[in-house]
Design a protein around this ligand. Structure first.
Ligand code: ADP
Ligand code: MG
Length: 662
């Protein structure tokens, strides 16, 4: 029995064989000294006492002090898992997965057994599970089927300082549940000191401070502003590698594309190092990374090797990697933003806050003195905001409003928010849900809205999938939506631009990127995911695997809602595009007399993203999935549509509106 679990990515032995119970316990024992050395260990008794004596507790402690990995285990040993599962929420999926894996090792059981995780499209728990790491979004979703969260005895809202939209909403939901459930414990954990707000929110709950350990970090800042931080990052990495003593490097970048570009450049440049020199190996870590590759960042570097970790801000406070001595901070991060005045959501690369910059710097001094290299000037640092604005103030609220409505919260304006979103922003989101058909005229959830809430994806995408049932194109739509779940399918090495462009041509369809993506997926499936095929066609195999994973999950969700996933419209592109438009009618732009494009809702000038197959073409009207703000607003993942389709698809929305045509 010990050898027959169905999981495939946890607690595996070196050669891929499952470990025996004895091995698991042995491993757990070997980790004990490390755990006992964590700053939190000495506060163990006190923490347990406070939790038993209080309904709500706020715990503040330096990143890496052991909050996330140890506190759920303390609670288990104090007997709290007898009355229900101990849940610990995380804003990031990769953090939930990697921490659960680590804690199951410390616990001495297989991942998914006593310790598990639950993230969108991946549930690794069992009826045995006592400690469950989960994304904040997943806990919010569980409220749909269990509105008192009866399964849980304790809910830990971790990384509360990040102020993600979903954690913020959980604050309100949990506070309301606790009024009706005396036995539920709530713990809020944060890495920064400004915890009074959380305490006040929970009726002046007690705050515990865990003393951390921090070694001095020497700070280097650039004298001149840097034109290209990727370039400066590479130069700095090699400078450290050739001039500085042992110790791994942690480089903060903004996203997968950047990380992969830097990874390739490091591999190339490293070939030029003298053969006798110490080796340099890049270890990427970002949100959509396949599970089997995430562990590499935690493994110690082999002898005579230096690791350079290339991370998004996931490594800022969510996960702690041992061995870091040098931090390189590019000073920016990718953030989700939403302009509620014009109703547009976009991803932008923005300067981080002073608080983030300090957290990043702190990563270098956790185990010994270290160095931090800021790729920006001291003046630039002084201009940064003190802290990042809570997401609820800057994101589209449609998806959480849909969830709130589906969980029985009718009055969205008067919900008990930790920070109240603006009235315009709530109104905009309600309007969008109404236009999508999710709300009735009186503001209650429609049948369509209830169905949409079942899908763990943005309401726009949920609408598109549900609409595909009516149009008979579910097969194609699921494939396209899965392809849109990753940053980019194509990769273009700097020195092989022409070959990459040539290879892409065989997939291109000038109806737009959506049909082109569909062609890529068909091609990939025809060769059964052949590695060489991906290589020859400049297709990112890592991302394709993720796409298939998402596709499988979407199919399961459809099947649960009895949507026929085999319904296909063949090569009828018009049906596919109209179906996509049923969710994305707000993301449309019309060609102007001078050849530029104006977004229909906002009236802003928007540009075609250079990666789009429509770049350089001039269709009369365009529908797009994302708007990316760099120097200009760029439409990404775009298709050509007929202008008449727009109002036809969303008569409720466009009925009494003047379109920005000229
Ligand atoms: P905090 O939540 O206070 O920031 P954590 O509980 O996440 O701290 O981390 C405590 C310790 O556990 C750190 O020293 C870290 O290196 C270690 N750790 C956490 N996750 C892993 C992992 N996946 N692999 C190896 N070590 C880990
Ligand atoms: Mg933590």
């Amino acid at each position: 029995r010990e050898f027959s679990t169905d999981e495939n990515n946890g607690n595996q032995g070196k050669n891929g064989f499952k470990k025996s119970k004895k091995d698991l316990i042995g491993k757990a024992k070997s980790l004990l000294p490390q755990r006992k050395a964590l700053p939190i260990f000495s506060a163990r008794e006190k923490i347990i006492k406070e939790i038993l004596n209080n309904k709500a507790l706020i715990i503040v402690g330096e990143t890496g002090s052991g909050k996330t990995t140890q506190i759920p285990q303390f609670l288990h040993h104090a007997g709290l898992s007898k009355n229900g599962i101990i849940a610990c929420t995380q804003p990031r999926r990769v953090a939930a997965m990697s921490i659960a894996r680590r804690v199951s090792e410390e616990f001495g059981t297989r991942l998914g057994d006593r310790v598990g995780y639950s993230i969108r499209f991946d549930d690794k728990t069992s009826p045995n599970t006592l400690i469950k790491y989960m994304t904040d979004g997943m806990l919010l979703r569980e409220l749909l089927s269990d509105n008192m969260l009866k399964k849980y005895s304790v809910v830990i809202l971790d990384e509360a300082h990040e102020r993600t939209l979903r954690t913020d909403i959980l604050f309100g939901m949990l506070k309301a549940i606790q009024k009706k459930r005396d036995d539920l414990k709530i713990i809020v954990m944060s890495a920064t000191l400004d915890a009074e707000k959380f305490s006040e929110y929970f009726d002046d709950a007690k705050i515990m401070y865990i003393a951390g350990r921090q070694f001095p970090v020497k700070l280097y800042q650039t004298i001149q502003p840097q034109e290209d931080y990727l370039d400066s990052a590479i130069v700095t990495i090699f400078q450290i590698h050739t001039e500085q003593p042992n110790g791994d490097i942690l480089t903060f970048l903004t996203g997968q594309e950047e990380i992969e570009a830097v990874e390739k450049l490091i591999i190339e440049h490293a070939k030029l190092l003298p053969v006798t020199a110490k080796k340099l190996i890049p270890c990427p870590i970002f949100a959509s990374m396949p599970t089997d590759q995430q562990n590499k960042v935690f493994e110690p570097a082999p002898p005579d090797t230096r690791k350079v970790i290339l991370a998004t801000n996931i490594a800022e406070t969510s996960i702690t990697i041992s061995g870091i001595k040098y931090v390189i901070d590019c000073g920016v991060a990718k953030v989700r933003g939403y302009n509620s005045k014009i109703g547009i959501e976009s991803l932008t690369i923005q300067p981080i806050s002073k608080a983030s910059a300090r957290q990043r710097m702190g990563r270098a001094g956790r185990e010994a003195p270290g160095c931090c290299y800021r790729l920006y000037t001291e003046d630039a640092f002084e201009e940064l905001a003190d802290s990042t604005e809570p997401e609820i103030k800057r994101c589209n609220l449609a998806s959480v409003i849909l969830l709130l409505k589906a969980s029985g919260v009718e009055d969205i304006f008067n919900f008990d928010y930790l920070d109240r979103p603006s009235k315009t922003s709530v109104a905009r989101s309600l309007e969008q849900l109404y236009a999508l058909g999710a709300l009735n005229d009186d503001g209650t959830l429609s049948e369509l809205g209830k169905k949409m809430a079942e899908f763990p994806i943005e309401p726009t995408y949920a609408k598109v999938i549900i609409q595909s049932e009516n149009l008979g194109c579910t097969k194609e739509i699921i494939s396209i939506v899965s392809m849109l779940s990753v940053d980019s399918i194509f990769y273009t090495p700097q020195d092989k631009r022409e070959e990459a462009a040539e290879a892409k041509k065989k997939f291109v369809n000038f109806d737009g990127d959506h049909i082109t993506l569909l062609n890529v997926l068909k091609g990939y499936q025809d060769v059964h995911g052949d590695k060489d095929w991906c290589y020859e066609n400049f297709i990112n195999i890592r991302n394709m695997k993720h796409v298939l994973d998402v596709r499988k999950q979407l199919i399961q969700f459809c099947e649960r809602l009895k949507i026929d996933v085999t319904a296909s419209c063949g090569h009828d592109h018009e049906v596919i595009l109209k179906c996509l438009l049923s969710g994305f009618f707000q993301n449309t732009a019309l060609r102007q007399l001078d050849g530029s494009y104006r977004a229909i809702v906002s009236g802003q000038i928007v540009y075609m993203h250079p990666t789009s197959v429509l770049f350089g073409r001039k269709p009369e009207a365009i529908m797009y999935n994302d708007l990316i703000l760099t120097s200009k607003q760029y439409m990404r993942n775009a298709s050509a549509i007929h202008p008449n389709w727009i109002a036809q698809t969303a008569p409720k929305y466009f009925g009494n509106r003047s379109l920005h045509t000229l």
